[in-house]
Design a protein. Structure first.
Length: 459
């Protein structure tokens, strides 16, 4: 459960002033040209330039457009195919096209970096690390690949190696690598170190938006909501009096972070609007789709949840919670086969995800016919098993989704008992009918009763 963080007004103001000074200095010029963030095109789609985007876990979720000087001719065509496939969520085609582009441009960093992004999204951690390394080996100045390599190392539990790598690549002299170093520190849980390093990056280049986002994301991770909101205000809105303009009003990462905080604080309308805007800016920012779908499910709108959740699993096939939510959506839409498939995918990706067992319990308990079961009695047995597993994994005293597990278990056991009684009654009726039927010609007489009524002796 996300929780609010209380901060003093002076603390929040200090965050905005610190960022505001950087923004004001950047507005006066003097900074190096920045890579553009995507902006919504006239057709509502995304117009993507260079740069990389990360989600709240520090996972790389964006590839760059084909702007590498080494990409020409067939290599450029292959890269552009890969880029379009990535943006449409066709990861297998993107992987094949980026591999093709890499083979045609041995000294280009872009195709190998983007291949790493695809492999990371597909859950191939070692393959992604190898692709990122191949990128900055082919082009020793390709800092996007260096940063992505370090961030993935940190997410894989090798934060000290990531820091050592970035420092070895000259993080103290590069604003981009310094910003990645701040991100690595945040992933490791070193919030003070992250904030200090990101501020150092802003001192070198006051309008560097990526460092501002890292500051906000670190506050979000540490549940300091108000500080995160002030940092996001500097990026998306500027100062209240208009003296400091927003630095990147449509920044997809900042919109996502603000939406997550709005959702946590119960501002559903604002959260949905920001999630929607973030996904329009970056269609590959799957976290926005997951949250949109969850909010629709919570409101009882499974039909409206279907589209964003299907996009989530297309763009992020290796994210278990996306499959979990889509499975629950299909269950509510009366598609038990599809629901079971998605829920089992989620369980296969993360065996510790307790919610899978809760949703499977609901599926077996309330769906009229679940593929792979031998009948209603089998379904009820599976429902009880899944709900008991959920209860053992999730402390039954914890309030929240699933706190009705005891009631559901009672319902399942009652239904199972009623079903058994019906079967026994039917068997007894059939036996009584057979006993009272007149014998056919040439048949032996029925044996004498041993006494006692079958129905009366039933438990």
């Amino acid at each position: 459960m996300l929780r609010r963080s209380s901060v003093t007004a002076s603390g929040a103001l200090a965050v905005f002033v610190a960022l505001g000074v950087a923004l004001s200095a950047g507005a006066c010029g003097g900074g190096k040209p920045k890579l553009k963030y995507p902006a919504a095109g006239a057709d509502g789609g995304a117009v993507v330039s260079g740069g990389t985007v990360s989600n709240t876990q520090g996972q790389t979720v964006g590839v760059t457009a084909g702007e590498d000087a080494e990409l020409t001719g067939a290599a450029k065509d292959a890269y552009d195919r890969g880029f379009q496939a990535w943006m449409s969520g066709d990861l297998p085609s993107a992987k094949a096209a980026f591999m093709d582009a890499a083979s045609r441009a041995p000294s280009a960093g872009g195709p190998r970096y983007s291949l790493g992004c695809v492999l990371e999204r597909l859950g191939d951690t070692q393959g992604a690390l190898d692709a990122y390394r191949a990128s900055f080996t082919a082009n020793p100045k390709y800092e996007l690949a260096m940063g992505a390599y370090a961030a993935l190392q940190a997410r894989s539990g090798h934060g000290s190696d990531a820091e050592q790598f970035l420092n070895g690549k000259g993080a103290s002299d590069s604003v981009r690598l310094m910003t990645y170093l701040a991100e690595v520190k945040s992933i490791e849980g070193d919030s003070p170190g992250c904030q200090q390093t990101a501020q150092q990056a802003l001192t070198k280049q006051p309008d560097y938006k990526e460092a501002m986002v890292v500051i906000a994301r670190d506050y979000y991770r540490s549940h300091r909501w108000e500080l995160a909101k002030y940092a996001l205000q500097a990026i998306l809105d500027g100062s209240d009096d208009g003296s400091i303009p927003p630095r990147d009003k449509g920044n997809a990462e900042a919109l996502l972070l603000r939406a997550l905080i709005e959702r946590a604080q119960g501002d559903r309308k604002a959260a949905i609007a920001d999630f929607d805007q973030a996904s329009r800016k970056r269609p590959d920012l799957f976290e926005a789709y997951v949250n949109l779908g969850e909010m629709k499910l919570q409101a009882g709108n499974a039909g409206e949840a279907q589209a964003p959740l299907e996009k989530a699993v297309r763009y992020a096939p290796n994210v278990p919670v996306a499959h979990l939510d889509l499975g629950d959506c299909y269950r509510l839409l009366g598609r038990p086969g599809d629901a079971k498939t998605e829920l089992e995918k989620a369980r296969g990706l993360d065996s510790t995800l307790a919610g899978v067992h809760y949703d499977l319990g609901l599926l077996y308990l309330f769906s009229p016919n679940v593929p792979g079961t031998s009948g209603q009695d089998d379904q009820l047995s599976k429902a009880i098993q899944e709900l008991q597993t959920f209860k053992s994994m999730r402390n039954a005293k914890v309030k929240g989704p699933g706190d009705d597990v005891d009631e559901l278990l009672s319902t399942a056991k009652r239904k199972q008992s009623e079903l058994q009684m019906k079967k026994q009654a039917a068997a007894a009726a059939a036996a009584a009918s057979a006993a009272s039927a007149p014998p056919t010609a040439g048949s032996a007489a029925p044996p004498a009763s041993s006494g006692g009524s079958i129905v009366r002796d039933m438990p």
